[in-house]
Design a protein. Structure first.
Length: 444
């Protein structure tokens, strides 16, 4: 089965990290075409393409651009900010985009800057992404000798400091301004008052890297790819218990089962073991059971299962995995990454972690299992940003779909999986110095 490539096109035969190689396959031709068009024309092409944000929120890209006021309406400078702070567990696609097609990404930045009348572009890249950072900086160095391409746009690469919360667009903007990264109250939205209280467009790496192809082929032609509400292609990170973990560019609508088992994609589960569960869009999405794999990997199909594509990080879990241990790892992550601004998130994630640890140790009661769900409910919908909400929804879904396994921990007084679970003894970085507190009491 062949899969059309848009974002990663040409990478199989050429080293597209080099400017000459990228130009040899038509690179920067879309930029030249875009500069013959007005900003509104480019935005209209994006609307026609039906491209939606690839960072997780899935907001229509062209519509987001259209919210930016004209210079007559707001004389402040316009800014373009790229969210390359890829920190969602299970997602690593933006890493590969910057590492393998940095010039396609840069071309997308320059086209978008033209469309939203921005002269300053900031790329906020995850601090741990040293390799992609160096490749991107090297590509920008090549452009210094090409003012015909660069024009009057300045692109600044800013390295983050490892805070997951800075993947939330307003926390990212605060961090860029030198403040502590915490979500802002909205409205106003960034398109009106973003970076330095000026009109700002914030987009994901994959979103921006798709823009040159849309300008080249036209929005209507791009919209022929994929399925309704999920047009184009998606770069999907497949990891966990699969033979061929990696990033795969496919058209939405492919079945989740094919993503996992197709020989040219995930390649199936090692050892012929059964799939117990799949996290379909990064750790913040509702889990699916092994019986729910016959579902299209697209917005509408997954929404019908009460879950989402999210950041397109598919994590496959085989039959050996303890779901309570999975819950602990996920809850520990969000507890550690909570910025602390919202009380339900700051306190609730800590409660979730400690209740789950008691469950794993066999020291909890059924009342505390119900308390766990109550805590999730008290977090969900009561925070400024999605961090707390998604953490609560994810953990609640583990209990809802695998409640018998949670109850077995209570009835048996220990983990029924024993040391057979691949997660047994695996500690989140935040827990490595406090691993002896499994029986710690839930706070009063």
């Amino acid at each position: 089965m062949s899969h059309k490539q848009v974002v990663m096109a040409g990478t199989d035969t050429r080293d597209l990290t080099k400017l000459a190689e990228y130009e040899a396959v038509g690179g920067y031709a879309s930029l030249a075409k875009a500069r013959t068009l007005g900003p509104e024309q480019i935005t209209n092409e994006l609307m026609a393409s039906e491209l939606r944000g690839r960072g997780g929120a899935f907001f229509p890209t062209g519509r987001k651009w259209s919210f930016v006021p004209s210079p007559e309406q707001n004389p402040n400078p316009h800014y373009l900010v790229i969210n390359a702070d890829e920190s969602e567990p299970g997602s690593f696609k933006d890493n590969e985009i910057i590492s393998r097609v940095p010039h396609r990404f840069i071309e997308g930045c320059l086209i978008t800057a033209h469309a939203v009348l921005a002269k300053h572009v900031y790329v906020y890249i995850r601090g741990e992404y040293l390799g992609p950072y160096e490749i991107l900086v090297a590509a920008l160095e090549e452009l210094k000798q090409r003012p015909d391409l660069r024009g009057d746009v300045t692109i600044v690469v800013h390295r983050g400091a490892g805070a997951y919360i800075c993947g939330e667009e307003t926390a990212l903007l605060d961090s860029l301004e030198g403040k502590r990264g915490q979500p802002r109250t909205k409205p106003p939205f960034p398109a009106i008052a973003g970076l330095y209280a000026s009109p700002t467009v914030v987009n994901n790496v994959e979103t921006i890297a798709t823009v040159p192809a849309i300008v080249e082929m036209g929005g209507a032609e791009y919209a022929k790819l994929g399925v309704p509400n999920s047009r184009g292609t998606r770069l999907i990170s497949v990891s966990g218990h699969v033979e061929r973990g990696g990033n795969y560019e496919v058209e939405p609508g492919i079945s989740l089962k094919d993503l996992i088992f197709a020989p040219e994609l995930g390649g199936g589960v090692p050892g012929g073991r059964a799939v117990k569960a799949v996290i379909p869009g990064g750790s913040s999405t509702v889990i699916l059971t092994g019986d729910e794999l016959d579902v299209g990997y697209d917005f509408d199909s997954l929404l019908a299962k009460n879950t989402a594509m999210g950041s397109a990080g598919v994590i496959v879990l085989d039959e050996r995995v303890c779901m309570v241990q999975l819950g602990i790892r996920v809850s520990e992550f969000y507890e550690h990454e909570s910025c602390g601004k919202c009380t339900p998130c700051r306190e609730g994630t800590r409660w979730m972690t400690q209740i789950l640890r008691k469950l794993e140790a066999g020291e909890a009661t059924e009342r505390e299992l119900d308390l766990l769900l109550s805590v999730c409910d008290r977090i969900n919908g009561k925070c400024l940003c999605p961090l707390g909400d998604t953490a609560a929804m994810a953990i609640a879904s583990y209990v809802a779909k695998f409640r018998d396994e949670f109850v077995a921990h209570l009835d048996g007084g220990a983990c029924p999986c024993g040391d057979h679970s691949p997660l047994d003894g695996v500690l989140a970085p935040v827990a490595q110095h406090i691993h002896d507190h499994a029986s710690e009491l839930v706070p009063a």
